[in-house]
Write a protein that binds this ligand. Structure first.
Ligand code: GLC
Ligand code: GLC
Length: 854
């Protein structure tokens, strides 16, 4: 048996962050500092120079300014790697006092079992701005029904947030008793959980020392003290109730613990509210300070302070610096200040004030409100950024700030809000990716199935921008593999790299440079730098192949559209990119379609494997054809592998009768309308979209979601392939189907869930049957070619939809049996299929080349 060895998937990099410089701020030639902390021009108070013509190119100037908020895919990867590095350092206890993140163990050792019972009082401080919440929670165990907690919110006066600590805790004790006074139930022997969302050194479940205040709090005499004790003292001073403070938790921990069990265990808690942070379950043996070698412990990352040691430097804009200078904790919580809700409004305000002072917005006039700290809140930004918000609403919000709102201002302000929000969402995604990589690494698991509990107002009020990624920030993945083919078998090491969407759809040069960068990175990590290795390139797009190392790209498919590639020889483009990178030698020997690679890899073990099939993001097949039937190639004995590119079947209208209006909508919205008709009815990239269009239609008929269209359902690509596979799994109760949909932001009833399930089944069943029909045609063709009564043949298959969907593969097989009864077909699922196959093609090519030389 070939031996397959896998390396971890996530690139680990050193703690050094080298980010390409951001655009120079457009005002750095000026020197006077205005009330926003940013330079501004002299002239009429509140207005830029009188008579200054309103610039006609204001949208260009706004976009230019917003460039600074752009974070590239590479930068995100660097953040992910650097954060991961500092998490690991802190876990190992090697962090310096000015460490980037803190990794605080929380004394929570297991996630809830669902059997917990009893009445509890919860006091929440610090999660949501200047408010304090008291809750009464009744846990009913597994048998009982869920009770909605009762709660009351109290606003903390600003002087209390900045005054003596004792005053703050007295205020909390007072709120507690006011809340309890109003409750009808008995209040003997109360147990209290204290949710305290600031960085703390915990030394027990009920012992926790505040390290430093964050997020607008700065009460004296609390830092360095046990906050549980301070609360106990205050409750005693107040005297009305006898309450036992049993535990103190960070909000991230509370979020993780409160998550309803879903498909996987919930072992990550993520909060984006006033501040931002995450916690996750770490193996206790990895936490140096604990000196424990069994079990797991929940660790609060405290990623808000990431970057306090300067690694974020090149990414920080002038606005970030101004905001930091004016904050209560300059120099601290730099990452949080780019993401947390307390700061997003402030960032928008600083940008708007700057643009007004530059004469770009609001007729060149500011207003006292625009120049005062805190006048734009998270709620406002969320509302203005919402693309469905009417222009009138944005207009009104700006007028409330006393601004002089011109015709083009509304749209430009929306851009500003979007830029600030998008940056925050992307940074947060990169940070979450670091936590997930850490989990994957510490569990030593190739694939991590885990639920992330999310909480906080930034999520709740703004779910659209915060769609969560898996490990690695977005884009399409590609893999670099090192395959050693030896007498003992095949040995594979690989690493996944991502191709961000902007690269997949940018320039061809950029795309190929990125690919070469990743190959070189992989080579370095494998200690193979400087060696000229033979390279096989699995390139899964339609190509006209003129030789083993020559393939003209006919057209892009599957969401790629990089310029200047169609009609070009892909091997040349790759060689050119290698040439642009100095001191790298790579010898491109073969270019192979994924179907061919898959067939080859299975053929290594089963010589009857003469067909390759892919059902993943795209779908396609290849098979061994008689050379005499191939007009384009001379010779009439022997066989040749033909890449069918069956995805394009139907582009001439031959699938017309089968196509529904939903297929037409999906096609219209794709980047290649009219192309790949068969693929769009079968493969993973499109099935979720078909489902979504059907659900939209059913909603418009009033039979689903009570007829209410939600923004969420209007979002393209919310249903990934994985989703279809999950939802149709037989082991799921309808309740779990509901949970999955709710996770996607689609609240629904059980009837709705049943209907969604049926829609998914109909769509995936059609896909499997169409795919089966395609396979039947191929094997029948082989049988006829050879004039056989009966053909026995094997098919190598790869692709996530085929492999992960609970019913897809059996339905394909059943369809083939029905349509091609004279063929006995075995389906072989390939492991690392196409990559190994490409290596085999390359190995054969090298052997032939050597023989030719001899
Ligand atoms: C701040 C706190 C942290 C908390 C987060 C989210 O970063 O330091 O403890 O979890 O805000 O509220
Ligand atoms: C698309 C490509 C094809 C590839 C298939 C599966 O259909 O055009 O070359 O084999 O996807 O990845």
């Amino acid at each position: 048996m070939p031996h397959t060895e896998r390396e971890e998937l996530t690139p680990k990099e050193s703690n050094q962050l080298l980010l390409p410089g951001s655009h120079p701020p457009m005002w750095n030639h000026m020197d006077s500092i205005g009330p926003t902390g940013l330079p501004h021009r002299e002239g009429v108070p509140g207005c830029s120079q009188e008579g200054l013509p309103y610039p006609s190119n204001s949208s260009e100037l706004v976009l230019e300014c917003l460039q600074q908020f752009k974070v590239t895919g590479t930068q995100l990867q660097q953040i992910q790697a650097s954060l991961l590095g500092s998490m690991e350092q802190a876990l190992g206890g090697q962090a310096s006092p000015a460490s980037a993140v803190r990794m605080l163990p929380t004394y929570v050792g297991s996630i809830p079992h669902g059997t917990e019972q009893g009445d509890f009082v919860v006091l929440e401080l610090g999660a949501t701005g200047a408010s304090l919440r008291v809750l009464w929670v009744t846990l009913m165990g597994t048998g009982g029904h869920r009770m909605e907690p009762r709660s009351q919110e109290f606003v903390i006066p600003p002087e209390v947030m900045l005054g003596p600590g004792q005053q703050l805790f007295d205020f909390a004790a007072h709120c507690l008793s006011e809340f309890l006074d109003a409750l009808p139930m008995g209040k003997q022997g109360l147990q209290l959980g204290f949710s305290f969302s600031f960085p703390c050194h915990q030394t027990g479940l009920d012992r926790s020392t505040l390290i430093s205040w964050t997020k607008g709090f700065r009460c004296s005499g609390v830092e360095g003290h046990d906050v549980v004790q301070l609360l106990r003292d205050a409750i005693k001073r107040h005297g009305a109730y006898n309450i036992d403070v049993v535990a103190v938790v960070n909000d991230t921990v509370g979020t993780m613990m409160g998550c309803e069990p879903g498909v996987g265990p919930c072992e990550v808690g993520l909060v984006v509210d006033t501040g931002t942070n995450a916690c996750y379950m770490e193996e206790a043996r990895h936490v140096a300070v604990l000196d424990e070698d069994r079990g797991r412990v929940c660790v609060s990352v405290e990623w808000g302070s990431f970057g306090d040691d300067g690694v974020l430097g090149p990414m920080l804009t002038t606005f970030d610096h101004a905001l930091d200078r004016e904050s209560l904790n300059p120099g601290a919580q730099r990452f949080e200040k780019m993401i947390g809700g307390l700061y997003l409004g402030e960032l928008v305000r600083l940008v708007l004030a700057h643009l007004a002072q530059q004469g770009v917005l609001f007729g060149g006039c500011t207003s006292p409100a625009l120049l005062s700290r805190g006048s734009i809140l998270l709620e406002h930004v969320a509302e203005m950024e919402d693309p469905w918000a009417g222009a009138a609403r944005v207009h009104a919000l700006l007028q409330d700030l006393g601004l002089n709102v011109g015709a083009s201002d509304v749209e430009l302000v929306q851009y500003v809000c979007a830029a600030v929000f998008t940056r925050a969402a992307r940074l947060c995604a990169a940070a979450l990716a670091a936590v997930l990589s850490r989990l994957q690494h510490s569990r030593e698991q190739q694939i991590l199935q885990i639920a992330v509990a999310t909480g906080g107002r930034v999520f709740e009020q703004h779910p659209r921008a915060w769609g969560l990624p898996g490990p690695g920030p977005g884009g399409t993945n590609f893999r670099v593999l090192l395959v050693r083919v030896t007498a003992e078998g095949v040995k594979i090491t690989n690493q996944i790299y991502s191709i961000p969407e902007n690269v997949a759809q940018g320039s061809g040069q950029q795309l190929f440079d990125h690919i070469v960068d990743c190959i070189v990175d992989f080579q370095q990590k494998q200690g193979l730098s400087g060696q000229s290795l033979p390279l096989g390139f699995t390139f899964s797009f339609p190509c006209r192949q003129l030789g083993l190392d020559q393939g003209i790209l006919l057209n892009w498919t599957k969401g790629f559209s990089a310029s200047d590639c169609e009609g070009q020889d892909i091997v040349c483009l790759l060689r050119e990119a290698i040439g642009r990178r100095q001191a790298v030698e790579l010898n491109v020997v073969a270019i192979v379609n994924d179907t061919v690679g898959t067939m080859m890899s299975c053929g290594y073990e089963d010589p009857r494997c003469e067909v390759g099939l892919i059902v993943g993001t795209g779908t396609n097949a290849c098979y061994m054809e008689e050379l005499r039937n191939v007009a384009a190639v001379a010779g009439d004995s022997g066989h040749m592998c033909i890449n069918m590119e069956w995805g394009a079947f139907g582009d001439d209208g031959s699938l017309g009768l089968l196509r529904t209006c939903f297929d037409a909508s999906v096609d219209q919205a794709s980047i290649n309308p009219g192309k790949q008709s068969f693929e769009k009815m079968i493969s993973g990239m499109y099935l979720g979209e078909i489902v979504r269009h059907i659900l939209l239609h059913l909603t418009s008929l009033g039979v689903l979601f009570r007829g209410q269209q939600t923004q969420r359902l209007q979002t393209r690509d919310i249903f990934k392939t994985k989703f279809l596979s999950e939802i149709e799994s037989d082991s799921l109760a309808l309740r779990q189907v509901r949970a999955i949909l709710e996770d996607l932001g689609l609240p629904l009833t059980s009837d709705d869930a049943l209907m969604v399930l049926e829609v998914c089944q109909a769509v995936s069943q059609r896909a499997a049957q169409l795919c089966g029909a395609g396979v039947a045609a191929v094997v029948e063709k082989i049988r006829e070619n050879r004039g056989l009564e009966e053909l026995t043949v094997s098919i190598g298959v790869d692709g996530t939809l085929y492999k992960l969907h609970p019913h897809f593969s059996s339905l394909v097989a059943a369809t083939v049996r029905e349509l091609a009864p004279r063929c006995v077909v075995t389906f072989l699922q390939s492991e690392d299929g196409s990559g190994k196959g490409a290596a085999l093609v390359t190995a054969v090519a090298c052997r032939l080349a050597q023989m030719a030389r001899v």
